[in-house]
Design a protein around this ligand. Structure first.
Ligand SMILES: [Fe+2]
Length: 354
């Protein structure tokens, strides 16, 4: 059953690569904003309240009797995040042209064959050498009436994985660009032909290269990055941050509870710049969204999910706070787990790259 659903996860149109996603002038301003507005928190700290929410999002199965801890999730995970814009607001006016980006908006409309597009998210992922960036995953989905503003990410992704809510699902796409001078891993793996199809790879070094894709419906992840000996980050904590190293030009460092746990040289800093848009096929589609004439509510969504759970013969107790109840979240994540790609390309290590 889950295998059939997995097959449905394909982007609306074939992804494609563009070069020079940002001009050199734009790139310099992006880098300046990223440096001047650090420190940046871990992605996990930004988006999740409990380890079960991470699992519900990444689609993993929690083994029977196992209680998750942050330590289990954080092993090897060292990617940090900063928001540059959200919805209609760019937080840094010096990057207005990058966000309200007429070239990208045209790309967005053309990708969907849609009449209208609006910029929706602009964020950065920043990291040094790391092991592979977790299993292939899907990006955050939003629905008419249920978005990141009023709904936890784990619930949005569980809804997406169930494929029961496509009627309300927003049409999105991204231009995901990278700046990484290293050449040991650090690229991007993606499955445009579904999780059973052949993976495609963008390989480093990448300087302004970007993929145009619908990442909500396409499994993807970052490759292991940097020299193998530098990939482990010890002492990582959910409160760890990444900040510029004041002693090294272009260098960065990871700080945990006031202690420097890792230094990252400038040429091993990997920056992902993620620009996302929401598109509307036509004026009727746009009006339906902004008039809220066909929204879904949280109650309706939870009812549909739990009805389906019961229909599949799974028994559970309805908690008083389903949005944060770890047992309930873990149960839904197992029932609606999607079997992601198993054919993950081998990590590039120093020997192969040399
Ligand atoms: Fe992603």
């Amino acid at each position: 059953m889950t295998t059939d659903i997995a097959e449905q996860f394909r982007p609306v149109a074939p992804p494609y690569v563009i070069e020079d996603a940002y001009t050199e002038d734009q790139r310099q301003r992006i880098f300046k904003v990223v440096r001047e507005n650090a420190p940046w928190p871990l992605i996990l700290a930004e988006n999740f309240k409990s380890p079960e929410e991470v699992i519900a999002t990444t689609g993993g199965i929690i083994p029977e009797g196992v209680t998750l801890t942050w330590d289990m999730i954080l092993q090897g995970n060292g990617t940090f995040r900063g928001y540059i814009a959200r919805q209609g607001v760019c937080f840094y006016p010096e990057l207005n042209d990058c966000y309200y980006n007429s070239r990208f908006l045209e790309i967005a409309r053309n990708y969907w064959g849609a009449q209208y597009a609006e910029p929706e998210t602009f964020l950065i992922n920043i990291q040094g050498p790391t092991p592979i960036g977790g299993p292939p995953h899907l990006d955050g989905v939003v629905f008419r009436g249920m978005t990141m503003e009023n709904t936890p990410l784990w619930l949005l992704l569980t809804m997406a994985k169930s494929r029961m809510f496509d009627h309300w699902r927003s049409k999105k796409m991204q231009v995901t660009g990278w700046y990484y001078k290293g050449n040991i891993g650090g690229g991007f793996n993606y499955w445009p032909d579904g999780p059973r199809g052949e993976p495609k790879q963008i390989t480093s070094p990448m300087w302004g290269r970007a993929v145009v894709a619908e990442n909500e419906m396409m499994f993807h992840h970052a490759q292991a990055t940097g020299p193998v000996a530098m990939r482990r980050v010890s002492g990582l904590d959910i409160s760890s941050v990444m900040a510029p190293d004041p002693a090294v030009e272009g260098g960065w460092r990871i700080e945990t509870n006031g202690t420097i746990t890792k230094q990252i040289p400038a040429n091993e800093m990997r920056l992902l710049v993620h620009w996302g848009a929401r598109v509307f096929m036509d004026m009727a589609d746009l009006k339906r969204t902004f008039d809220h004439s066909d929204d879904i509510t949280q109650d309706q969504a939870l009812n549909m999910l739990t009805d389906e759970v019961r229909r599949r013969g799974v028994t559970f107790e309805m908690p008083t706070d389903p949005l944060t109840d770890r047992k309930f979240i873990g149960m839904l994540s197992q029932v609606f787990a999607v079997n992601g790609p198993a054919n993950i390309p081998a990590d590039v290590d120093d020997v192969v790259a040399a």
